[in-house]
Structures are given as structure tokens and as C-alpha cells.
Design a protein around this ligand. Structure first.
Ligand code: ADE
Length: 220
């Protein structure tokens, strides 16, 4: 079973999204286990302090190194071979190729920050820093959820149709999916491309590939 450990100040953030749709089914089927671990539990001071103001001044609060590093150590104690990923806007961009790479591991540990970020020294205790994109979220949790979702759907046995994995190989090469249509055949005056109604599978395949390439060129 693939495991995911999430180090976070908000374990409850993950309850609802993981109890829907594909992640829910994957967890119920025993394909993946998800453990949200409260970083605050590793704070040893009286007030369980996890954040503090930055040296040198400036706005906001930073995640303190002691509880965060203690939580990383606990994650490594449970899974000594674990790959620890810090979610931060200054990380490398998360991609479909990276999601696929993670499925080849026995599991991952996702470290979510809040406030203005992490004390820089925490970076020495993680294996990789990833960003979802060039924008700042209120914390690493939504980013960790996206990483987890992208990984879960790629795990063997999670998606019903093996063709879905083939489609992913296109996205990996940077080629987007083609346009899709379902019933009704006419919607508010808009029809469905004739070729899709033709029953000619070779022609349909050709059309889809051409559309995917056209779309990819336009969107890059
Ligand atoms: N934390 C805050 N913003 C983020 C982003 N864009 N990606 C990953 N983690 C983040």
C-alpha cells in the first residue's frame, strides 16, 4: 500500500476532500493510506508555539524549526525511507512527471507551512521543495492536497480504465487532452464534430490527436 504522511497545523483540512470520489475509493480499497500529523503536537514549550516573528523584522510569522523538524523526524521514524516534500511557493514547479515519479516510491511525506513561510534552516531536513505555481496560497495545505490527488489517481488499480494512463502519457509530454463531447448532440445551437458521430475509429483517433496538438500549441 502507498502511504502519504502530511505534516500540517490543520489536519482537518484534508478530511472532506479525501472523503470524496477517487481518493475516497482508493483509501477504502486499501491502495493508499493517508495520515495527517499535527505539527503542534511536537512543540515542547508550555504554549505549543509553532511560529515566531522573523529576525531582522518584517511582517508576518514564520514556522519555528524545532516542532517542524521534530515532526519530520517522527515521519522518518515511521517510514525510514520516506521522501519528504516541502510545499512552498519558492520550490520547483510540481508537474505530472513528478507525480508519476512519486508513484514509484513506497510513499511520501508532505510538509505544509502556514504564516509567511518556514525558517530557512528547515530546508536542510527535507528532500525536495515543490511549488504548485507562481502564486501564494495561504498555506501549503491546498498544494499538498493537489500533489496527493495527482499521485493517488496514478496509482495502479485506482482508475477504472487502463486507457486513462495512456492519456496521461500525453500530458507528460506536454500535450494536452483533446476536446470531449457527450449528449445531447445539439446544445443551444452548438453541435458535435461530425467525425465523432461517424463511427470511424481510425478517423476519430486522427482527429483527436490533431486537436490535442493544436490545443497544446495554442495554450503554451
Ligand atoms: N504555499 C504557499 N503558496 C504555495 C504554492 N504556490 N505552492 C506550494 N506551496 C505553497
Amino acid at each position: 500500500m502507498f502511504y502519504a504522511q502530511i505534516l500540517t497545523l490543520f489536519p482537518e483540512f484534508f478530511d472532506s476532500p479525501l472523503s470524496c470520489s477517487i481518493p475516497k475509493r482508493a483509501i477504502e480499497a486499501g491502495i493508499v493510506s493517508v495520515d495527517a500529523i499535527q505539527i503542534r503536537d511536537f512543540a515542547t514549550d508550555k504554549h505549543h508555539k509553532v511560529d515566531d516573528s522573523p529576525y531582522g523584522g518584517g511582517p508576518g510569522m514564520l514556522m519555528k524549526p524545532e516542532p517542524v523538524v521534530a515532526s519530520i523526524r517522527a515521519a522518518r521514524d515511521r517510514h525510514p525511507d520516506t521522501h519528504v516534500v516541502m510545499l512552498t511557493p519558492s520550490g520547483a514547479r510540481f508537474t505530472q512527471a513528478k507525480a508519476l515519479e512519486f508513484t514509484e516510491k513506497s510513499g511520501i511525506t508532505l510538509l505544509c507551512g502556514r504564516y509567511e513561510g518556514f525558517d530557512e534552516r528547515i530546508c536542510d531536513y527535507v528532500d525536495e521543495e515543490l511549488s504548485l505555481g507562481d502564486y501564494v496560497l495561504s498555506g501549503g495545505e491546498p498544494a499538498a492536497l493537489c500533489v496527493l490527488d495527482a499521485v493517488i489517481r496514478l496509482l495502479p488499480e485506482v482508475l477504472g480504465s487502463p486507457e486513462s494512463a495512456v492519456l496521461d502519457s500525453f500530458t507528460e509530454e506536454g500535450i494536452l487532452d483533446w476536446p470531449h463531447y457527450t449528449r445531447p448532440e445539439m446544445f443551444e445551437g452548438k453541435g458535435v464534430p461530425e467525425v465523432l458521430l461517424s463511427g470511424n475509429h481510425a478517423e476519430i483517433e486522427k482527429w483527436r490527436r490533431a486537436q490535442a496538438i493544436k490545443r497544446s500549441k495554442k495554450r503554451v
